[in-house]
Ligand binder design. Structure first.
Ligand SMILES: *Cc1c(COP(=O)(O)O)cnc(C)c1O
Length: 216
């Protein structure tokens, strides 16, 4: 599917959900995609992209940022503490804040660097062992801890279990956000972004539907 088709599906979903036009930010997830495909999407004027590994992002985005102005890069994958500085220097948002140790490192480096990307706290709404994210039962305390560290927490992020109805998880995430006074909701991927928009997503992370399957 083309970028334009995804954008028009987002616009329709916004209207259907009674959301303001443009309420939803499309993050084009470019991980593992060939650079020519990413360049095509940049040439179509799109500027907001997502990567799930710092190393991969650092390998390709500095070049693109020289060629194209106004790139808005979002880190959507797990972040190790030894890569935080690099991530903060490269990315405009980080969607995977998920543990106190990482929050402390972000806070210290934000002081050092004098700036901090927008942050989203990842919640493991499915309570899956293999998945990153703070458990829902620990989310309120963790959000408060992050705010006490002066971190710019913009919202929450989740990746629902593949075997479950994602809408249940989106509703759950939205509830946690509302009771903590957070506006941002990073939820919805290629297969369910319209469902996520109906449940209040402010950021959808769409990869394969724009770029095609990630082949190997
Ligand atoms: C890869 C990835 C996506 C995009 O997935 P698609 O199904 O290709 O749209 C979204 N979010 C995260 C965290 C990802 O790692």
């Amino acid at each position: 599917m083309s970028l334009d088709q995804i954008k028009s599906r987002i616009a329709k979903a916004e209207i259907a959900a009674g959301r303001a036009p443009g309420a939803v930010t499309l993050i084009a997830v470019s991980k593992v995609q060939p650079n020519e495909r990413v360049a095509e999407v940049l040439e179509q004027g799109h500027r907001c992209f997502g990567e799930n590994r710092v190393q991969e992002a650092a390998g390709k985005w500095p070049d693109f940022m020289l060629r194209f102005e106004g790139v808005d890069l979002h880190l959507i994958g797990p972040l190790q503490t030894n890569k935080v500085r690099q991530a903060m220097e490269l990315c405009h948002a980080i969607h995977s804040v998920d543990r106190p140790k990482l929050a402390k490192v972000l806070a210290r480096l934000a002081q050092d660097l004098g700036h901090c990307p927008d942050l989203f706290i990842q919640v493991n709404t499915g309570e899956e062992d293999q998945k990153a994210g703070i458990l829902p039962g620990d989310a309120d305390v963790f959000i408060t801890e992050c705010q006490a560290l002066d971190l710019p927490i913009k919202g929450l992020m989740c990746i629902p279990p593949v075997t479950e109805e994602s809408s249940v998880h989106f509703v759950h995430l939205a509830k946690i956000a509302i009771r903590n006074g957070l506006q941002g909701l990073s939820m919805g991927m290629s297969s369910d972004f319209e469902v996520a928009i109906a449940q209040g997503a402010t950021h959808v992370r769409v990869g394969s539907a724009i770029f095609g399957a990630r082949g190997h």
